[in-house]
Design a protein around this ligand. Structure first.
Ligand code: P6P
Length: 335
């Protein structure tokens, strides 16, 4: 079995990127160990604080964030970092080559019920002339990422990684090494499994309501097949399922907070997951364009997400295009 570092070197990954990925993994292994201790470590439950997202922070959100922040800030590879749990970017080494954005513990509402959570990370090249303490340094579209991945803290601890040459998965062994367990992952073109939080149905835009209605119509409906549904409320787990057996995941805009394009964050959820999905042959859109083509305006900016098996995502895109065309025609008629 090939170890992570051996695999990356064999695939001619730049040496400093290999070192950065290993640094990130050292922090994630510590997070994994703390999660495994669960109640015994007395670190479950919520803090008294809220993050910039307006979410009450779990103790492990803060612990995971601090672990990654400490590990990266000591490195001469990281010029700065932006975290879901940090209001502002954190400047590190001004000469370093990389920027890192991350969600230290995605799905943390699942921790207290012992359900899968994960760390999501995205690596960008630092641009000279931009202060890494300012958010502008990070506002690069997703196609600029040099690496992206997640560490899934589930029944096993799995690193899913892309450095732009396909998607590979590595499982953590008791000896502390990540071993290659799935190489060049490919998502099936079409699926029979969808993931969306159905409790928001009445708040969705018409094209999403139409698409989900067609999914539920099954064999007799326009999509002509029966679908199954999953919702884990942990994006890392949903994406891992899609990379493993196909599917479509949706967290679209809804009218509960109409000024926000969606619930999920572009820089450290949408973009890294989109790079993985697209590198595995899937598609990832914000219902209008590919998420990795979105020009970020803020580090905590949100994005509508529809990702997974290419054919199914493109059906959602088609429904949105049809709705826009219909609205334009109606506008002309009423003018
Ligand atoms: P809801 C977790 O909080 C998260 O950011 C994603 O991991 C997950 O897909 C989504 O929110 C769940 O949201 O509204 O179903 O609780």
């Amino acid at each position: 079995m090939q170890r992570l570092t051996q695999f990356l070197k064999h695939n001619e990954t730049p040496a400093d990127l290999v070192e950065l990925i290993n640094l990130l993994m050292s922090a994630c292994k510590e997070i994994n160990a703390k999660l495994n201790d669960g109640e015994l470590a007395g670190i479950l439950g919520a803090t008294q604080t809220e993050n910039i997202q307006g979410e009450t922070q779990k103790k492990l959100d803060v612990i995971s964030n601090d672990l990654i922040k400490l590990t990266l800030s000591e490195s001469d590879l990281v010029r700065g970092m932006a975290s879901e749990e940090e209001d502002l970017p954190v400047a590190c080494n001004p000469e370093a080559p990389y920027l890192v954005t991350f969600d230290p513990l995605d799905g943390s509402s699942n921790i207290d019920i012992n359900v899968t959570v994960g760390t999501i990370f995205s690596v960008l090249e630092a641009q000279d002339g931009f202060d890494p303490a300012e958010e502008h340094a990070y506002l690069q579209p997703g196609y600029k990422q040099v690496a992206a991945g997640y560490v899934l803290y589930g029944p096993s601890c799995i690193l899913c990684l892309t450095t732009g040459d396909g998607v590979n998965m590595f499982t953590l062994s008791h000896n502390g090494e990540f071993y290659l367990t799935r190489e060049q992952v490919v998502i099936p073109e079409s699926t029979q499994e969808f993931a969306i939080n159905m409790s928001n149905l009445r708040f969705w835009d018409e094209p999403i309501q139409r698409y989900v209605g067609d999914l539920l119509a099954g064999e007799e409906g326009p999509l002509g097949k029966r679908y199954n549904m999953r919702w884990i409320a942990s994006m890392v787990a949903e994406v891992h399922r899609i990379l493993t057996r196909g599917g479509i995941f949706m967290y679209p805009w809804d009218s509960r907070e109409p000024k926000k394009p969606g619930k999920l964050r572009l820089m450290y959820e949408g973009n890294p997951m989109s790079m993985l999905i697209e590198q595995a042959g899937g598609r990832s859109i914000n219902t209008q364009i590919d998420i990795m083509n979105v020009q970020p305006k803020h580090i905590h900016e949100r994005v509508s997400v529809v990702l997974g098996s290419k054919q199914d995502v493109e059906t959602v895109l088609k429904y949105h295009q049809e709705a826009s065309a219909k609205a334009k025609t109606a506008e002309k008629t009423s003018a």
